[in-house]
Design a protein around this ligand. Structure first.
Ligand code: NAD
Length: 472
């Protein structure tokens, strides 16, 4: 029986391996992590991450051919294929701080693999890493391996949080990069055979290592660039009376452009887009390509600008001050159907409003109160240095921020309401009831274009929707 182990039981490692175990019942899959609470949660009824459909997949295979363990070394030792799906955040200090990927976790995983292995293994880069990371990993492994042979593959993950299970069942493609040697090609085939259990072979793309590594960064940069393009357009729409939804539809029906990922919003978030673009910028700079770096920098700058513009609009609409005013924040996660708040635009918007002395009442269906408090106390929007956003310690979070358990409580007596995540339940709220319980004039600031602005205006709200003509 082939044994697969995945180091890192996070948003990628957990769902990816659960689906792999489900689709390959003859393969034993063990997901390992150094975090005991995370592994305990994977072994419990309350999984550590919220993802539609995940619980069902885990329940079907856990204890049969899917296991979660903190015994990292034992399972790496026993496995034929070792995926590494550890976090690769942006470096916070030293060379490349603020841009380069921090590969500390990867390096320590690679050293451990070399240390414990007594038989040859395929080591798979599942994490998103800078192009040519495999070269560094090969060095670490071969210099520490006592003659054992390792083949490194790049197999970046393209799932999107919120639709991870669907994406894993039906991926647009699976990408596998490897060395152009007999051993490299054999390793590619071994991994392709695993995916071929459920992915049509014509959708499994095999490339060299560097193309696979760079393709992941490129894919995220292109996706984020589309969001920044439509968001830049949304600002122009507001200034000219055009409607960004109509413009996006007109533009997106061009088959060369396509309709997806053209929703204007308060900005993109999540742990990947910004981090991966910053990483790309750093790689361009290291390769002496400043103009290529500048192109991608602009994508991040427009995203920061969009968050600032939104927060600005809230303050300016409410007679230039939100001091002492209650503002309801509906949605804190970076997108719907996830509890993930990493880099969520809500952090910057909320911190801006807190800095202006607003009283926030926050509701999100999936994000826990302590997570919201932690996020808001770590990053504080610095109005004097808006781009890049400054990471400084927050004051006033405890007095000014209230986290509540439903949208009606959040909006009671509020002067304004901001929709920051596109949760489906926000579309079907009883806005008449909300209006009746709010201060007047009652403002709605829709950062996701999810509410029916026409209906809300009929009720009496003053509505601002991203990229839409004001109060039309
Ligand atoms: P995560 O932070 O949720 O999970 C990473 C896990 O790795 C953590 O639980 C951590 O404890 C564990 N870990 C770190 N070092 C370890 C070690 N030495 N041994 C064992 N466990 C260790 O991160 P994530 O969101 O799952 O992302 C993982 C990688 O996948 C990142 O490179 C990310 O860029 C990439 N990625 C993420 C997404 C996404 O939507 N989250 C999508 C595609 C790719």
């Amino acid at each position: 029986m082939v044994k697969i182990c995945c180091i890192g039981a996070g948003y990628v490692g957990g769902p990816t391996m659960a689906v792999m175990a489900l689709k390959c019942p003859e393969i034993e899959v063990v997901v390992v992590d150094i975090s005991e609470p995370r592994i305990n949660a994977w072994n419990s009824d309350r999984l550590p991450i919220y993802e539609p459909g995940l619980e069902d997949v885990v329940k079907q295979c856990r204890g049969k051919n899917l296991f979660f363990s903190t015994d990292v070394e034992k399972h790496v030792f026993e496995s034929d294929i070792v995926f590494v799906s550890v976090n690769t955040p942006t470096k916070t200090q030293g060379l490349g701080a603020g841009k380069a990927a921090d590969l500390t976790y990867w390096e320590s995983a690679a050293r451990m693999i070399a240390d414990v292995s007594k038989s040859s293994k395929i080591v798979v880069e599942k994490s998103t890493v800078p192009v040519r990371t495999a070269e560094a990993i090969e060095k670490i492994l071969t210099h520490n391996s006592k003659g054992i042979e390792f083949q490194i593959l790049s197999n970046p993950e393209f799932l999107a949080e919120g639709t991870a299970i669907k994406d894993l069942y039906n991926p647009d493609r699976v990408l596998i990069g490897g060395r152009d040697t007999a051993a490299g090609q054999k390793a590619i085939k071994a991994l392709r055979d695993v995916y071929a259990h459920w992915v049509p072979v014509e959708q499994i793309i095999c490339t060299n290592l560097w193309s696979a590594e760079l393709s992941k960064l490129a894919a995220n940069a292109f996706l984020a660039q589309r969001i920044s393009s439509v968001n830049a357009m949304s600002a122009l729409c507001e200034a000219t009376g055009a409607d960004v939804t109509q413009v996006a539809h007109a533009v997106g029906t061009d088959t060369r452009i396509g309709p997806k990922f053209l929703n204007a919003s308060v900005g993109f978030g999540g742990s990947c887009f910004q981090k991966d673009i910053l990483n790309l910028i750093y790689i361009c700079e290291c390769n002496g390509l400043p103009e290529a770096a500048n192109y991608w920098k602009q994508v991040v700058k427009v995203n920061d600008y969009q968050k600032i513009r939104f927060a600005n609009r809230v303050v300016s609409s409410m007679f230039n001050t939100v001091s002492g005013k209650k503002i309801a924040i509906l949605g804190f996660a970076f997108k719907k159907d996830t509890g993930d708040t990493r880099e969520t635009p809500a952090i910057d918007v909320c911190n801006r409003l807190v800095a202006d002395k607003a009283k926030l009442s926050i509701y999100d269906p999936q994000v826990l109160e302590e997570q919201i408090r932690r996020d808001l106390s770590m990053a504080r929007f610095d109005w004097d240095h808006p781009v890049p956003l400054q990471q400084i310690k927050a004051e006033g979070i405890s007095e000014q921020v209230n986290v509540v358990s439903d949208a009606y409580e959040a909006t009671k007596d509020a002067h304004g309401l901001c929709v920051l995540t596109e949760w489906d339940e926000f579309k079907s709220l009883d806005f008449k009831k909300i209006f009746d319980n709010m201060q007047k004039p009652a403002f709605v600031f829709d950062g996701r274009n999810v509410v029916d602005a026409v209906k809300l205006r009929e009720i009496g709200f003053i509505v601002y929707s991203i990229g839409k003509p004001l109060d039309s």
